[in-house]
Design a protein around this ligand. Structure first.
Ligand SMILES: C[S@@+](CC[C@H](N)C(=O)[O-])C[C@H]1O[C@@H](n2cnc3c(N)ncnc32)[C@H](O)[C@@H]1O
Length: 299
């Protein structure tokens, strides 16, 4: 064996030892290099091609995004919660990354879809490590023990926005063959009055605050609570720009969480531009979402 080869082997071993020491030290098991690389405030590399389950639901986030968040804000063995489970993206990613996943979903068809998707992943792995609850998350959260959740990662409905979008499109397309079902990305989740997607903004905020208060109880001191949302436009409103990410941060603060960070998920590459307000009023295309990072302070 040459001297060069031997010293290269030695330095690889030293790097590995150093990295393992770093993994032991950090709360999320990351090395300093992984930590630095994950700390960008704008993400343009987490979108992925939509599978059929995504089209069936219409409002999912990518597994790559869930995986990055889970690796940044929790470590192996921790408990991760998604109170608006949808197709189960958060829980699938939690399980694949050796975390315990809790998911809650109100709508029958999405609960069934998520259960199927999650169990197919678990079949491939040795240890099943998740619990799913069917119902209104405001009530079902009570099933989880206090101060056990390290990370909540979720994307809630945006109040009754979908109803407004569908109403608007139906009016605009009333003389064409357009029907609501044609647009896979715009779907009402359910007809339930417990569904946050069927609530006007004032009722929505009250419900989000009540959910946040329960999430606060369930979160470990020092744990994180991350909501993925988009701001939107409601031109019939007195103030047409609906700053949903600030609303979510405000609701979280009312429940005791601290507004810890804000990450921008850049979706320009995945969305085509629409001509808005032309030729009289200029509006930009909202081609990004926010990850509102809240934290329960340490005691
Ligand atoms: C934006 S989707 C979540 C999508 C998910 N992140 C994914 O990747 O599949 C929001 C989900 O919240 C559910 N939902 C609405 N109100 C709820 C409530 N009160 N409790 C639990 N789930 C609810 C809807 O049925 C919908 O599936």
């Amino acid at each position: 064996m040459s001297k060069d080869f031997e010293s290269k082997k030695l330095s690889e071993k030293e790097t590995l030892i150093k990295e393992n020491e770093q993994r032991e030290k950090t709360f999320n098991g990351m090395t300093a290099r992984e930590w630095a690389l994950s700390s960008r405030s704008v993400w343009n590399d987490v979108s992925s091609v939509r599978k059929s389950k995504h089209l069936l639901h219409g409002a999912t986030f990518p597994e790559k995004l869930a995986e990055r968040v889970i690796k940044m804000y929790s470590k192996e063995g921790d408990c991760v919660l998604d109170p608006f489970l949808g197709t189960g993206t958060t829980i699938i990613s939690a399980i694949k990354n050796k975390r315990f996943g809790y998911g809650i979903e109100l709508t029958d068809k999405y609960f069934e879809l998520a259960t199927k998707e999650i169990s197919s992943v678990v079949n491939l792995l040795v240890q099943p490590s998740y619990a799913l609850y069917h119902g209104d998350c405001e009530n079902m959260i009570d099933e989880i023990n206090d101060e056990t959740i390290e990370l909540t990662l979720t994307s809630p409905p945006y109040a009754d926005l979908i109803h407004k979008v569908i109403e608007d499109r139906t009016k605009r397309h009333k003389h064409s063959a357009f029907v609501e079902e044609n647009n896979a990305t715009t779907k009402i989740y359910s007809n339930s009055e417990l569904d946050l997607g069927n609530m006007p903004m004032d009722k929505y905020k009250e419900k989000v605050i009540r959910i946040m208060k329960k999430l606060f109880q369930k979160t470990k001191p020092g744990g994180y609570n991350i909501w993925v949302v988009k701001d939107f436009r409601d031109v019939k409103n007195k103030i047409p720009y609906i700053d949903l990410h600030s609303t979510i941060a405000e609701c979280g603060s009312k429940a005791g969480f601290v507004y810890h960070d804000l990450i921008i998920w850049d979706q320009n590459e995945q969305r085509s531009l629409v001509l808005l307000g032309y030729p009289s009023v200029f509006y930009v295309n909202q081609n990004h979402s926010y990850l509102v990072v809240l934290r329960r302070p340490k005691k």
